[in-house]
Design a protein around this ligand. Structure first.
Ligand SMILES: *[C@@H]1O[C@H](CO)[C@@H](O)[C@H](O)[C@H]1NC(C)=O
Ligand SMILES: *[C@@H]1O[C@H](CO)[C@@H](O)[C@H](O)[C@H]1NC(C)=O
Length: 283
């Protein structure tokens, strides 16, 4: 194993192993670390499964994890959108010139409202989040200038309800799920037909009653806004600690095929995102 950054390696190993220390083994003295890491790479699967079986739990399947990811989207009122400043920042951006090409993550309002759109406009409730964009916002200026984007949503606000989700560890944010969605912004027609606008507003204002003031077309709105959706092209899931949760790229056919109750033909096992719970939710 190549060890170019001993400190980050140590941190990584501790992050990987410390949840198990209470049950299975102690962290070795650091001079033995490299040997131990080599050993852990081969032994970890069996150590993990032994430990997990003793505790009576196991990793959810990837399909169950994808249901959890769709539930996370459905329950999340906001997420951090990362965009990149253009290679040459125009003076009108009022930004330092040396942020050119650097990414910026900003929290934005989102909602899982695609399924409320009339069928000719919707993507059939396929997990493409609805976004209320503000033309003046840095996120949307960068996108208008050609930036790609990703949207990160997480369950970290729920640490108090979730409590300890890992035996032997105190409540841990790192054990709670998060998902990052990659894709591009698809602006919805402007103006929307009345029925579509009404349906979208009803869905979006439920988590965001304050956004009524800057809805597209709102009179006296302080800022011009528009409806858009993030067309998801990739989804990266971190369910929590890797020995009890999945971490990796979600199968997009499954992400797109999941519905609240059940899923489209050819996907899954009959469950929808309403059939799973995130840490701390009532059964
Ligand atoms: C956006 O991503 C696509 C690939 O998905 C890439 O071809 C394109 O160059 C990217 N655009 C920018 C501005 O980086
Ligand atoms: C993704 O999921 C679909 C539906 O379950 C399946 O047919 C397909 O083989 C999966 N793709 C990969 C790369 O696993």
């Amino acid at each position: 194993m190549m060890v170019s950054h001993p400190t980050s390696l140590l941190t990584g190993v501790l992050a990987l192993l410390s949840p198990l220390t209470a049950h299975s083994f102690v962290i070795p003295p650091s001079e033995n670390l490299q040997a131990f890491v080599g050993q852990a790479q081969t032994l970890n699967p069996s150590l993990e499964s032994a430990s997990i079986e003793n505790e009576g739990f196991s990793r959810p399947s990837w399909f169950t994890s994808t249901l959890m990811a769709r539930r996370l989207l459905a329950l999340s009122p906001s997420g951090v959108i990362s965009t990149t400043f253009p290679d040459s920042v125009p003076p009108s951006a009022h930004a330092p010139s040396d942020v050119a090409g650097i990414s910026i993550g900003l929290r934005e309002y989102i909602a899982d409202c695609d399924g409320s759109l009339p069928s000719d406009l919707s993507h059939d409730d396929n997990g493409d989040p609805t976004i209320l964009g503000l033309r003046i916002g840095t996120t949307f200026k960068n996108i208008a200038a050609g930036s790609n984007l990703s949207l990160q949503i997480d369950w970290w606000d729920h640490i108090n309800e979730a409590g300890s989700v890992y035996p032997g560890l105190p409540p841990s944010l790192a054990a709670l799920p998060r998902v990052t969605l990659f894709g591009y912004l698809d602006n919805l027609p402007s103006p929307l037909p009345d029925d579509a606008a009404a349906a979208l507003e009803q869905c979006f204002l439920e988590p965001h009653p304050d956004a009524k003031v800057w809805l597209p077309g709102a009179s006296y709105s302080p800022h011009a806004s528009f409806w858009a959706r993030l067309v998801v092209t990739h989804a990266y899931w971190i369910g929590g600690f890797g020995d009890v949760q999945q971490i990796g790229w979600i199968n997009l056919t499954e992400w797109q095929g999941i519905r609240p109750h059940g899923s489209v033909a050819g996907v899954g096992d009959g469950r929808g995102w309403q059939d799973v719970r995130l840490p701390g939710e009532k059964p």
